[in-house]
Write a protein that binds this ligand. Structure first.
Ligand code: ADE
Length: 237
C-alpha cells in the first residue's frame, strides 16, 4: 500500500510513522508513507494555501487550487471517476463519516493508494469534496484544530491490518471491535501481586474454559463501557 499525506504542517509527522508496527511494515515493504507539504503546490508567489470564506465568518478556508494540483500530481487526474482502481482520496474532517474498525479493514483489504488530505482552519473549499474526495472521515465527535492527528489515527489503524504487518505471533482477530465487542481483560506475571490475584481460570490450562471466560468478560466490558455496540439497528439488545 502507498499512503500520501497532504498537510500544511509536514513537520507534525516527524517520526510518528517510525515506531513499532508501522516502522516494521515500512521496512518490510508492506507500506510506503510519504508526507507532502501542501504549500509546495501553491500557485502564487506568496505560497498561499488559505483564504477568507465567501459569505463572511470566522477563520480561513483551505483553497482548492493547491489541493487539486497535489491530487493531479499524486493520482494523475482531478476526476475521481478516473482514479486508478484501489485509489482512495480521504479528507479528514469533523463533518466526515465516523471511522470504524470495519472501515479500517475495508481499506486494508481493498485500497492500494491512499491519499489523506488533512483539513485545517475552519474548513476546506467544498469543491475539493465534490470532485476529489472519495471518503470524508471523522475520527470522533470532537473538533481538532486540523486533520493531522486524525490522519495518524487512520493510518495506524489501517497499516496494522495489512497482510503480514503484525508478527506471526500476533493477530488482529481478537482485537476490540473485530467481533463487534470490546476486547476481554488481559493479565501477565506475577500471578499474585500486592494481594491482587489473576483469575484462576487463566492459570488452569483449560482452553475451552478460558475461551468462555474471555467471551463473558468481553461482553461484560462492552455492556459497561459501550452499550451502543450491543444495540441492534432496531434498538434491540
Ligand atoms: N479535523 C478536525 N476534527 C476532526 C475529527 N474529529 N476527525 C477528523 N478530522 C478532523
Amino acid at each position: 500500500m502507498k499512503i500520501d499525506v497532504l498537510t500544511i504542517f509536514p513537520e507534525f509527522f516527524g517520526q510518528v510513522f517510525d515506531f513499532g508496527i508501522i516502522r516494521r511494515a515500512k521496512l518490510a515493504g508492506i507500506v510506503e508513507i510519504n508526507v507532502h507539504d501542501l504549500r509546495e503546490y501553491a500557485l502564487d508567489k506568496h505560497k498561499m494555501v488559505d483564504d477568507r470564506p465567501f459569505g463572511g465568518g470566522d477563520g480561513m478556508v483551505l483553497k482548492p487550487e493547491p489541493i487539486f494540483a497535489a491530487i493531479e500530481n499524486l493520482v494523475g487526474t482531478n476526476d475521481r471517476s478516473e482514479y486508478p482502481p484501489g485509489t482512495h482520496v480521504v479528507l479528514l474532517s469533523p463533518q466526515g463519516k465516523p471511522f470504524k474498525q470495519a472501515a479500517a479493514q475495508g481499506f486494508a483489504d481493498n485500497a492500494e493508494n491512499l491519499v489523506m488530505i488533512c483539513g485545517r482552519y475552519e474548513g476546506v473549499d467544498e469543491r475539493v469534496n465534490d470532485v476529489l474526495v472519495t471518503d470524508e472521515i471523522s475520527i470522533g465527535d470532537y473538533v481538532l484544530s486540523g486533520g493531522e492527528a486524525a490522519a495518524v489515527v487512520v493510518v495506524e489503524s489501517i497499516v496494522r491490518l495489512l497482510p503480514n504487518a503484525l508478527g506471526s505471533d500476533t493477530s488482529a482477530g481478537n482485537d476490540s471491535f473485530s467481533a463487534g465487542l470490546l476486547d476481554c481483560p488481559h493479565y501477565t506475571r506475577p500471578a499474585n501481586w500486592r494481594g491482587m490475584a489473576v483469575p484462576d481460570v487463566l492459570l488452569n490450562g483449560n482452553h475451552a474454559e478460558i475461551e468462555k471466560w474471555r467471551n463473558e468478560k468481553a461482553l461484560e466490558k462492552t455492556k459497561l463501557n459501550r452499550k451502543d455496540l450491543l444495540i441492534g439497528e432496531n434498538g434491540d439488545m
